[in-house]
Ligand binder design. Structure first.
Ligand SMILES: [Zn+2]
Length: 269
């Protein structure tokens, strides 16, 4: 492999309540979303970006993690459809990658639909914003508290897991190909990942910066955003970057954005 390749895979289909994700719009309607994750295969190493939703959490919420997460059953479980094939490790296996082939895992943030398979990568280096790590353990906001499941990321406390806490921008390989860009607002340590590809150009994996293209254009934030003002500022910063770098911005939960990626084993190059 001589040039970077970018793969997108989906872990679960998640039917979100539209008004919760796009501030007060269309109350009572749902939005058929999904919870993807990405892989960059770079000549210097492999980078997984997020790890999708947890199959084990959905199977047995009451016994998930040290204290269980039974509340997930009430607030989300019937909105989610996931099979065991959707586990990040299983999707990766389908295209020939085992967990110990993954050198680095960049976490855009630590909400439950991004952290599902964290514990499956004990040999990888995790790259997470310091602000996100701190907030994840005790989110002040009661809705945010439901989105951080200790059974997902509690292993970061284990000395067996290698976690690099970053503060600000971070160039993963030092060559500008995979860069973390802080975009606080959705959560305190939310970050986008900018990927430079030879043919597809600059792709910004913007995660939950906004939920859909429309939310991105109209600056509509979810009702549960950690800080709406920060989120709107981050949204404008990425829109500027999109313009100045002629980038393609892809949001995690916009189904049309996901469909712009080729189906693995095809990749963007
Ligand atoms: Zn989120």
């Amino acid at each position: 492999m001589t040039k970077p390749e970018l793969y997108a895979m989906n872990s679960a289909d998640w039917e979100y309540e539209y008004s919760a994700m796009m501030r007060n719009q269309k109350p009572g309607e749902t939005y058929p979303s999904l919870t993807p994750f990405y892989l960059v295969d770079h000549p210097e190493g492999t980078v997984l970006i997020d790890t999708g939703t947890s199959y084990e959490l959905l199977e047995d919420p009451a016994d998930y993690g040290p204290y269980g997460a039974g509340y997930v059953e009430e607030f989300a479980a019937d909105e989610i459809e996931m099979s065991e094939d959707g586990k990040a490790v299983n999707r990766l296996a389908e295209i020939g990658y085992e967990p110990d082939d993954i050198d680095i895992v960049v976490m855009t943030h630590l909400h439950l639909d991004h952290t599902g398979d964290v514990r499956e990568f004990p040999d990888s280096e995790f790259v997470v914003q310091q602000d996100e790590l701190e907030y994840a353990w005790w989110p002040a906001d009661p809705i945010q508290r439901k989105l951080y499941v200790e059974g997902d990321f509690g292993v970061f406390q284990s000395p067996e897991y290698d976690v690099t806490a970053i503060s600000g921008e971070y160039d993963v390989f030092g060559d500008g190909v995979v860069e973390c860009i802080p975009t606080p607002g959705h959560s305190p340590g939310h970050q986008a990942v900018k990927v430079e590809l030879e043919e597809a150009g600059t792709v910004i994996l913007a995660a939950d910066l906004a939920f859909t293209q429309r939310a991105y254009e109209d600056e509509l934030q979810p009702a549960f955003a950690w800080d709406t003002e920060h989120a709107i500022r981050s949204n404008r910063m990425i829109r500027n970057l999109e313009r100045t770098e002629d980038a393609t911005v892809l949001l995690a939960h916009d189904r049309e954005h996901f469909e712009e990626f080729p189906d693995p084993p095809e990749s963007l190059v």
